[in-house]
Design a protein around this ligand. Structure first.
Ligand code: C2E
Ligand code: CA
Ligand code: CA
Length: 891
């Protein structure tokens, strides 16, 4: 008879047997070991993820910080150049104190401006007692740097305690020279290193990042961020790991455990383009590993619990089934309360374990928790719902892979996928020895969001949220390289619009930076509303914007768009109840016609912008080839003009001014001429504007004044000389004293000198200019308003200053006799002038008819080709002789 044991009895026998107990213990220990090995492996992997994420964040932060540093230095350098220009506009005896206190360049960046002379003595500063007492700074590096240096360079000092301000500051300096090229002194702008702290507040994404600005000499220029005690202002890092790293040219983030023994930092360095500076962004190790350490703590708790359970299970495997069930429930409870989804799949594709979190994360039917289907059925169900469309899966993972990892047993594989509702899930799988696998699912949407936020910040202009210059140029380069692939396809044409706001500076200066910032944001918003969402808008800095548009071959549409932009920006703005009005000028360049690279295109668009500004602003212009030529010609003229002034190629011609009643000569207007060795005689219209732009007008104007006074002092008594003054000459605070000197040196009585100014002068910086005019008038010099009637508000300006003379513009005179209007205008001007005791001179009189009607309209004097063209000084006596005879004849 065969002996058979009922199955249950067999199980009990197995459990009671000592060898089977031994087996359970071995199995239990093996499970515990496996559990802990998995936890450690997972932790190691989490740390790698943390390091990668932090590295990316830090490098982004460093890049942003560099951008901010570049912009700040650029702004301060602009201020230095401006200051230097004011000095060179003034004469040798310039009052430096007046220059530093009147040059309006202070901003939140700059805490002090100062001027140091060639001996290193500070001669002026806008901080401290006024006038600033001379302070010896000849030992300071920011001065010494420029001594004997061949080139004109911007110097950025180590942080020091200012001798005048008593505060920590970093000095930016540039030299300025005497006319013969020797060092005349150094202009200084100091900035407060605290300035950069503001920057950290804006970009801290909760990572506790620390920033520093360090010179390539190793000295720390600025530090800030989250309670950083590692680096100190002025500390010298020469020989440190950071400097070694940077000197090797490495740009990767690295672990620095030397600077702070207690806590290593992860540091991303970056060299600042074009300056001997380095910026760094860093975080302490505890922050880098914050996430992985947190999940390690969680895993350890779960691990301990599971280990205990396994040990208990192994030890008590003989205990009753109900007890086992209870433990199973506890295990289940643990699984249910895990923050990750977990499922186990056997080699036969059964799912013995699946937790609630898993069902929730994957949005599966709740019934799956207690009655899971087969794994292939579940995948089919998900597939049907569109979970695995190729756009939701990462590159390289096909829907087939979702069955399980391909790696050898025991190895982790993972990938991320985006669920149709946008949730990002990280899927990790571990193959089991028997051919099944365990899979976990974590929701990493937040982590990805934080990362993409950091990426976005690095590509954005912080103020307006538009693309920044870097992003814009990169996008343009990308589009252009695509275009290069299909050059004949006009639908791929792309246009760059370069926008510059008109009158923005005025708003910013008068209403404050906060309002200016809000206004820029509003402008950004209007730009967005005026173009399609596929067009890229960027802020290039300050009040400059650019837009990249796909044009599909039709330029005419661009005109509509440009006009729409001009209209949109010119509508009034309501900022905090203040109504503000600005305008915009736009330059347009089209690729590939106007440029093949992003840089070329931007330059072309900028030239077109320049033309739009020249055309009176609030309008747009397309780039034209001649614009490039114009620039070249202008540059050539500028070079030649510098030489011309030095080589005495300039001369003055004189045009007589005739009294209409007496037919007698009253004086001459001095008009500049340039006898170019190759191009011959160049008229002033061609070179005066260029001299104004490149700052040569001061020297030129001074020469004209001296020369005109010198000549006139030899003329018969009573004859006046009129000299034209450019508005630019008034930016020189020494103008009035220079005129006074010219008079004393030549002995010309002040009442024989008349200066001619234009309305443009009274439109800008009015108070200062009126003061200069007043000063001249007190000297006895006469003041004439030139080209009267051509500006916008000549009449209004007449109220503001007691002019001695009005010169009626040629455009009215030449129209005399062509209709009643011109005569009426001239009569009105003469009446207004007479009632105020102002003399009138008509310009450009060419015909006898014009002379006669001007005389009958009551005009006092006239000049023009009818009487004489401007003549060289050698012909003056002839002209005088001719007119004295005429006068005798008339009498
Ligand atoms: P402006 O001050 O209005 O000078 C009068 C211009 O009209 C002179 O041109 C003169 O030659 C011209 N003109 C005189 N009579 C007649 C006429 O009957 N018909 C016509 N068609 N033109 C006549 P120019 O010498 O070419 O000077 C042009 C402008 O250049 C001047 O206009 C003045 O604004 C500027 N300019 C000349 N010299 C100087 C200077 O030394 N300093 C400055 N800042 N500007 C100067
Ligand atoms: Ca004139
Ligand atoms: Ca004139």
């Amino acid at each position: 008879m065969k002996f058979s044991i009922p199955p249950r009895t067999a199980l009990f026998a197995f459990l009671r047997h000592p060898r089977s107990w031994l087996n359970s213990a071995t199995l239990g220990s093996a499970m515990v070991v496996l559990l802990w090995v998995s936890i450690l492996a997972k932790h190691a992997e989490n740390r790698t993820i943390d390091v990668d994420g932090t590295k990316r964040d830090l490098q982004n932060f460093a890049l942003l910080f560099e951008e901010n540093v570049l912009r700040s230095i650029g702004e301060m350098d602009k201020a230095l150049l401006y200051l230097r220009r004011s000095i060179s506009n003034a004469d040798q005896s310039a009052d430096f104190n007046k220059i530093v206190n009147t040059t309006d360049i202070l901003s939140e960046l700059i805490v002090q401006v100062a001027i140091i002379d060639a001996n290193g003595i500070m001669r002026a500063s806008n901080v401290g007692p006024q006038p600033a007492p001379p302070t010896d700074l000849s030992d300071r590096e920011h001065f010494r740097f420029h001594v004997g240096r061949e080139t004109d360079e911007l110097f950025i000092s180590k942080p020091l305690i200012g001798r005048a301000s008593g505060k920590w500051s970093v000095q930016l300096t540039r030299r300025f020279l005497t006319p013969n090229g020797a060092l005349r002194g150094v202009v200084v702008a100091s900035f407060n290193p605290d300035h950069f702290k503001k920057f950290y507040g804006r970009i801290d994404l909760g990572t506790g990042a620390t920033f520093s600005l360090i010179g390539t000499d190793g000295v720390v220029r600025a530090v800030g961020g989250n309670a950083d005690t590692r680096l100190m202002l002025g500390q010298n890092l020469t020989g440190s790991k950071l400097m070694e790293h940077v000197n090797k040219g490495a740009t990767e983030a690295f672990w620095d455990s030397a600077t702070d023994k207690d806590m290593p930092h992860f540091v991303a360095p970056r060299t600042v383009t074009g300056h001997p500076l380095i910026v760094t962004a860093s975080v302490p190790q505890s922050v880098v590993y914050r996430d992985s350490d947190r999940s390690l703590r969680l895993m350890i708790s779960v691990g301990i619990l599971l280990s205990l359970l396994i040990i208990c299970a192994a030890r008590r495997s003989w205990i009753s089934e109900t007890h086992v069930k209870q433990k199973t429930r506890q295990l289940h409870l643990t699984l249910e309360h895990m923050s990750q989804g977990i499922m186990m799949v056997t080699k036969d594709l059964e799912i013995p374990i699946i937790n609630r979190k898993c069902v929730e994360l994957l949005d599966l039917p709740l019934t799956y928790i207690h009655a899971p289907p087969r794994f292939d059925e579940m995948v089919a169900f998900q597939d049907q719902r569109g979970e695995f469309s190729s756009s939701n899966l990462p590159d390289g993972v096909s829907s087939l892979d979702i069955y399980g990892p391909k790696d050898a047993a025991g190895k982790f594989t993972f990938y991320e996928r985006v669920r149709p509702d946008g949730v990002v899930i990280e899927v990790r799988s571990t193959r089991l020895a028997d051919g099944g696998f365990v899979r976990t699912f974590s929701d990493i949407t937040q982590r990805r969001l934080a990362q993409s936020n950091a990426d976005r910040l690095a590509s954005e202009d912080v103020l307006t949220g538009l693309a920044n210059r870097r992003t814009l140029t990169e996008a343009l380069e990308r589009i252009l390289s695509e275009q290069a692939i299909a050059p004949s396809d006009p639908t791929r044409n792309v246009a760059v619009l370069y926008l510059d706001l008109d009158r923005f500076k005025l708003v910013n200066d008068t209403r404050g930076h906060a309002v200016g910032d809000r206004l820029l944001q509003a402008v950004g918003q209007r730009l967005k509303e005026s173009v399609r969402s596929c067009d890229l808008i960027g802020r290039l800095g300050g009040d400059e914007f650019a837009i990249i548009l796909a044009v599909g071959g039709q330029d005419c549409k661009l005109e509509t768009i440009a006009q729409r932009l001009v209209d949109a920006i010119s509508r009034s703005y309501d900022i905090d109840g203040q109504q503000l009005l600005i305008g915009v000028s736009i330059g347009i360049a089209i690729a590939p016609r106007d440029g093949q690279t992003a840089n070329e295109l931007l330059i072309s668009a900028d030239l077109a912008l320049y033309a739009a500004k020249a055309a009176g602003r609030c309008t747009y212009r397309f780039f034209a080839k001649e614009m490039n030529e114009d620039v070249k010609v202008r540059q050539q003229i500028e070079t030649d003009l510098r030489k011309a002034i030095a080589d005495d190629e300039l001369e003055l011609h004189y045009q007589p001014i005739i009294n209409l009643q007496k037919s007698s000569i009253v004086g001459f207007e001095a008009l500049a001429r340039w006898r170019h060795p190759v191009q011959g005689m160049i008229p002033p219209d061609k070179f005066i504007p260029i001299a104004e732009e490149c700052g040569l007008i001061d020297v030129l104007g001074q020469w004209v004044l001296n020369e005109a006074c010198r000549q006139a002092s030899k003329w018969p008594d009573g004859l006046t000389v009129a000299v034209n003054l450019s508005p630019m000459q008034f930016t020189n605070p020494g103008l009035a004293s220079a005129i006074e000197r010219a008079l004393t040196e030549t002995g010309l009585p002040p009442e024989r000198l008349e200066v001619e100014i234009t309305e443009g002068l009274l439109m800008q910086n009015t108070e200062a200019n009126l003061a200069t005019l007043q000063h001249l008038k007190e000297l006895g010099v006469r003041i004439a308003m030139d080209d009267f009637g051509t500006g916008y508000s000549s009449l209004a300006y007449l109220q503001r200053f007691p002019f001695d003379r009005i010169k009626i513009d040629r455009s009215f005179v030449s129209k005399l006799g062509t209709g009643a209007t011109s005569a009426a205008i001239v009569r009105a001007i003469v009446d207004i002038a007479n009632s105020r005791g102002i003399h009138t001179t008509a310009e450009g009189v060419e015909t006898e008819d014009q002379r006669a009607s001007l005389a009958s309209l009551g005009c006092d004097e006239a000049q023009g080709y009818l009487f004489s063209r401007p003549v060289p000084s050698t012909n003056i006596s002839q002209v005088i002789a001719k007119w004295s005879e005429q006068a005798r004849f008339a009498a």
